[in-house]
Design a binder for this molecule. Structure first.
Ligand code: WT7
Length: 633
C-alpha cells in the first residue's frame, strides 16, 4: 500500500499534496483498487446544492475489493475472527476464501428471494459473522443495506423501514448479549405490523428461541443456503462509483433520524485509506474494534475498511463486562489482538472495576490503541495508556461522524504526535475551518469555534435518503460553502485540534448519538404529559446523561411510578439507549416571549449550576427558573 505514510515528514507531504492537488492525490490512492472501469474525472463538486461526485463514471464492486482481490495472495488468511458472547462456545475463524464463498452463496439467496440492484435491505442482527456476510452479499448484488442497531425498538425500526422503503429484512431469531437473549425476530414482527411493503424476512438461527414464522414472508437462512449450490460464484454487480452503498440512520437536532447515504467508491477508498494510515496497518495485524456494526464505526472499521485493506477483523458478539470485567483482555490475549479500538465510555466503565480484572492478563500482543465516539477525559486516556498499552502503544483519538464515513481527524499511530484529549491533526484531504456564529472564519491558533470542513473528501455524506433538502439544510446551509459538523472545537497554540462536543441539540450518551427532539417526542407521547424539554449533562460513565424536564397535566400522585412509566414509553418508542437518567416534573419551562425554550438555562441547571444562569430577563415567566432550580433532581 503505497499510500501508507510512515513518518511525520511523509504525513506533512501527503497533506500538502492533498490540499494543493486533491484530484491527483486521491486519483493515486484510487489507482491501487480494483475497477471495472476507471473514472473520467476524480472530483466534481459544489457545496451549495450540494452535489459531490468522486471518481466520475468509474465502475466497480466493493466486494471484489474486499474479497476477490485478496484470494490469490492471501485466501487462507483470516478475514474475520469471531468471539462469541459465551465463553464455552467455540470461536470461529473465517478466511478470505471462505468469506468470499459465503458471501457469494448468500448473495445468490438474496437474488433468489427477489432482491434487485438498488433495492433497500434492512439488516437487524446481533454481532455475528453473518451480519457482515449479509452486508457484503447486498453489496455484491448492488442492493443498498441499512443496518439497524439491535438496541432500537420496533417503532424505531418501523420508522427506518418506511423511510428507506425497504422490502427485505435480514434478522436473527435472537441475539446473545451478556446474560441476555435479545428477541430480535419478535421485535421485527412488531415493526412489520404496519409494513405490508416488506416481502421477505430472512431469519438466521442463533439463539434457538421460539419465534413466529409467517407463511410466504419469513424464510430460514439455513434452508435458503442449502438450496443454493455451495460453489456459487456470484458475479459482482457492476456499480457506478456514485451508486449508494448503504444507508445508515443517525440522529439530528430536529425530527426523526435521517438516513445518511454513502456512495460506493468514495466510501471504499476513504475507509481503507484511513484504516491503513491511522492504525498503521501491518500484514500480521489482528484488529479488534469493539463497536457494534449497527453504528458507522462498525461499518467502516470492522467490515469495509478492514477487509478492503486485507486485514483481519476480530469481531466480538458480547459486552465488555461479561462474564466479568476482564473479558476484553481475555479476548485480546486469546486472539493476540494487535490493535484495540474502543470508546471512552467503555474505558471508563472498565476503569471503574479497578485493576483486579487485569491481573494475569498479558496484553503484550497490543501495538496500537484507539478511541472513538466522544471526547476522552485525560484520566481515562492515561489509564488506557498505562494499564492497557503499558505506556508503549500509541493511542489514536479518532474524531469523525456517521456523515463523514471515516476518520477526519486523528493522530497517526506512532507517526504524528498524540496529545491526550486531542484529535490532533486532520487526515490528508481534510481541510478544517473554525467559524464564529456569524460564519466568519477564525484564523490563528489558541482559538475556538464551530468546526466546518471546507473541501469534500471521498466519503462525505451524499444525501439524506429521500430528502436531499434535509441534507442541504442540515449540513451545508448554516455556513454557506462549508460542511458543518455540529461540533465545537478548539485549536491550540500548536495548531492541534480538540473536539469540545456538540454545539447543537444532539446528545452523545455512552457514544450513542441521540437527538433531544426525539426523546422529547417520545416523552410527549406518554399519557398526561403536556410538554417536555431534554438536555444533556456531564455523566461520569456515559459522558453525557439525559435530563428531562416534564410538564404534566396535573402533578401525579405517585411521581416515582409515573417516571418509571415514562421511561417505559421511551424504551418502547426509541429503545433503552434513549431512557432519561433523570426526570424532573416542572410547572413550566423557561421560554422567551416568542415561545422558544431557553435550553441554555436548562442545561446549566442540569449541570448543577444554579448561580450564573445568565440573562433571564427576556423570559416570559422568569419565576419558573427558581422553581426548577429549587426542585432539581
Ligand atoms: C459525533 C458523531 C465516529 C463514529 C462514532 C460516532 C462525537 C466522535 C469523537 C472524538 C470527540 C467525538 C462528535 C461527533 N465524536 N468521535 N474522537 N472526540 N468527539 O459517530 O454517532 O455519528 O457521532 O460523535 O460529537 O459529531 P456518530
Amino acid at each position: 500500500m503505497n499510500y501508507q505514510v510512515k513518518s511525520y515528514e511523509e504525513y506533512k507531504e501527503a497533506y500538502a499534496i492533498s490540499v494543493a492537488d486533491p484530484e491527483q492525490f486521491w486519483g493515486k490512492v484510487a489507482d491501487e483498487f480494483s475497477w471495472h472501469r476507471k473514472w473520467d474525472k476524480v472530483l466534481e463538486w459544489n457545496f451549495t446544492t450540494p452535489d459531490v461526485k468522486w471518481f466520475v463514471n468509474g465502475k466497480l464492486n466493493i466486494t471484489e475489493n474486499c474479497l476477490d482481490r485478496h484470494l490469490q495472495a492471501q485466501g487462507n488468511k483470516p478475514a474475520i475472527i469471531w468471539e462469541p458472547n459465551g465463553t464455552e462456545e467455540a470461536h470461529r475463524v473465517i478466511t478470505y476464501a471462505e468469506l468470499h464463498k459465503y458471501v457469494c452463496r448468500f448473495a445468490a439467496v438474496l437474488r433468489k428471494n427477489g432482491v434487485q440492484k438498488g433495492d433497500r435491505v434492512c439488516i437487524y442482527m446481533g454481532m455475528i459473522p453473518e451480519l457482515a456476510v449479509a452486508m457484503l452479499a447486498c453489496a455484491r448484488i448492488g442492493a443498498i443495506h441499512s443496518v439497524i442497531f439491535g438496541g432500537f425498538s420496533a417503532q424505531s425500526i418501523s420508522d427506518r423501514l418506511h423511510d428507506a422503503g425497504a422490502e427485505f429484512v435480514i434478522t436473527c431469531d435472537g441475539a446473545f448479549r451478556g446474560g441476555k437473549d435479545i428477541p430480535l425476530k419478535n421485535t421485527i414482527d412488531d415493526a412489520l405490523i404496519n409494513s405490508p411493503a416488506v416481502k421477505k424476512v430472512i431469519v438466521f438461527l442463533r439463539t434457538h428461541t421460539a419465534v413466529s414464522v409467517i407463511k410466504g414472508r419469513d424464510v430460514w437462512w439455513h434452508d435458503e443456503m442449502a438450496a443454493v449450490d455451495e460453489e456459487t460464484t456470484m458475479p459482482a454487480e457492476e456499480m457506478d462509483a456514485e451508486d449508494p452503498l448503504f444507508i445508515l440512520y443517525t440522529s439530528g437536532s430536529t425530527g426523526k433520524p435521517k438516513g445518511v447515504v454513502h456512495a460506493t467508491a468514495g466510501y471504499m477508498i476513504y475507509a481503507t485509506y484511513t484504516f491503513v494510515n491511522v492504525f498503521q496497518l501491518q500484514a500480521s495485524d489482528v484488529h479488534f474494534c469493539t463497536a457494534d456494526i449497527g453504528w458507522i464505526t462498525g461499518h467502516t472499521y470492522i467490515v469495509y475498511g478492514v477487509l478492503c485493506a486485507g486485514g483481519t477483523s476480530l469481531m466480538y458478539e458480547g459486552i465488555p463486562t461479561f462474564p466479568d470485567a476482564g473479558r476484553l483482555w481475555d479476548i485480546v490475549d486469546k486472539h493476540k489482538a494487535t490493535i484495540l479500538y474502543t470508546a471512552p465510555t467503555a474505558i471508563r466503565s472498565l476503569m471503574a472495576h479497578g485493576l483486579a480484572p487485569l491481573s494475569g492478563k498479558d496484553l503484550s500482543s497490543l501495538r496500537v490503541l484507539g478511541t472513538v465516539g466522544e471526547p476522552i477525559n485525560e484520566e481515562a486516556w492515561h489509564w488506557y495508556d498505562v494499564h492497557i498499552g503499558k505506556s508503549r502503544c500509541p493511542i489514536v483519538d479518532t474524531w469523525w461522524q456517521t456523515e463523514t464515513g471515516g476518520v477526519l481527524m486523528s493522530n497517526i499511530a506512532g507517526v504524528t504526535p498524540s496529545k491526550p484529549g486531542y484529535a490532533t491533526l486532520p487526515m490528508p484531504g481534510i481541510q478544517p475551518v473554525l467559524v464564529d456564529d456569524q460564519g466568519n472564519t477564525i484564523n490563528g491558533n489558541d482559538v475556538s469555534g464551530n468546526l466546518c470542513i471546507s473541501f469534500p473528501w471521498p466519503s462525505i455524506i451524499r444525501t439524506t435518503f429521500g430528502d436531499h433538502e434535509r441534507c442541504r439544510v442540515n449540513y451545508f446551509a448554516t455556513y454557506p460553502g462549508m460542511y458543518f459538523t455540529g461540533d465545537g472545537c478548539y485549536r491550540d497554540v500548536d495548531g492541534m485540534y480538540r473536539i469540545t462536543g456538540r454545539v447543537d441539540d444532539v446528545l452523545n450518551v455512552s457514544g450513542h448519538r441521540i437527538g433531544t427532539a426525539e426523546v422529547e417526542n417520545a416523552i410527549n407521547m406518554h399519557t398526561g404529559v403536556l410538554e417536555s424539554a431534554v438536555v444533556g449533562y456531564p455523566h461520569d460513565l456515559k459522558g453525557q446523561g439525559i435530563y428531562a424536564y416534564v410538564i404534566m397535566e396535573s402533578m401525579p400522585d405517585d411521581a416515582t411510578h409515573t417516571k418509571a412509566d415514562i421511561l417505559q414509553t421511551v424504551t418502547r418508542v426509541i429503545g433503552a439507549i434513549a431512557r432519561p437518567d433523570k426526570i424532573q416534573f416542572v410547572p413550566g419551562l423557561p421560554k422567551t416571549r416568542s415561545g422558544k425554550i431557553m435550553r441554555r438555562i436548562l442545561r446549566k441547571i442540569a449541570e448543577g449550576e444554579t448561580e450564573n444562569l445568565g440573562d433571564t430577563s427576556t423570559l416570559l415567566d422568569p419565576g419558573v427558573v427558581d422553581v426548577i432550580k429549587n426542585e432539581r433532581v
